[in-house]
Design a protein around this ligand. Sequence first.
Ligand SMILES: [Zn+2]
Length: 424
Amino acid sequence: MCELLVDLLDVDIKGVQGTHRGRVTIHFECRREVVGCPECGVLARVKDRRAVSLVDLPMNGRQTRVVWHKRRFFCPDVGCSKGSWNEVDTRIAFPRLLVTDRAGRWLTKQIGKYGRSVTEIAEELGCDWHTVNDTLLRYGEALVDDDTERVGLVKALGLDETLFVREGPYHRQHFSTQIVDVEHGQLLDVVPGRDSKGATKWIHERTCDWRFHVAYATLDLSGPYRKVFNDTLPWATQIADPFHVIKLANQKLDECRRRVQTELFGHRGRKLDPLYRARRLLTMAAERLDEKSHEKVMGLLRAGDPRGEVTACYNAKEAVRELYGVEDYELAGVFIDELIRDMNDPSWPVEVRSLGRTLKRWRDQIIAWHRAHFSNGPTESVNNLLKRVKRGAFGFRRFRNYRIRVLLYAGKPNWDLLTTITPR
Ligand SMILES: [Zn+2]
């Protein structure tokens, strides 16, 4: 009866300890009598026993420990070099893990698939945070990295930067690069840093077939990622992500507003300053402003922008947005060339001219979007997932922890494999 309840195979239950509704501890030994030497096959002899305590799944809602009275064997053959070794039964637990196999697989799913936190699971099992985290890494990395089918052929590949931790007294930022199948919104991997090194290495590790299949490469307006694609996937059409292009136009508008504010009023924007009051309305999409708001923006600009500089930036931003309303690829090319030429006019404020130069530098990538509507949009949604995971984990100190958590959550691992994988 006790064996049925404990549900471990081929074990003799030696005793159960615990108080009513308190933690329960179950002692057992393996039943298998005949154990051969792994090297020469001679019947092994028992040298001694050592008790190993393992965290198990709660039984009847009580935190549970199983204590495995492990045998230590030795080979009686004098000519054999094996010496002695510990009993192994991976149906109970894998070597070097402090958690039973069934608890290890369970916690990997709870954290990886359902997004529960390591702290929460450690509390439920009544064990240390590190015990849970170490187990998660070993099962999780096996699930993600040993599955050669997880990263299938990709038609459109995207790179995006994410902040994964702020560290130390100065909140030094640590960035990572996420590699995404933007067609299917699947996070393929994350690599440390936002320079070109990590992603270049990752892409080089794929097969030639895989790389030749990538036809589109999406990126924000960052030089390092352009270099990654130039170096590793020169045949892929690069597409600048529309979200980042518009974001840049809005940044220039903000810079201009702050500069004009300081030049005209001699101080940073305050609650009553017209430009400061207009700051949110300015960066909103024009068609989202109703008539009253539109009047308000124009009024505030007349009051706070006598030289018309902020107004020029505002119009430039709207023109960039209009580019994405142009459906035809050829027309988009004509549109952006005119825009670049207009913005180059020396009478415009520096922010407009700087925006124009960036558009010029990224012209082909920007209008490539009009040919194939791939964007980092799905990457942004992956980003939102990451934020959720990060909130649950209160930030990540180590990149390895971060990587496995986000890949289990957003990398679409094959959860059917969880029952058969061998932890690393
Ligand atoms: Zn032997």
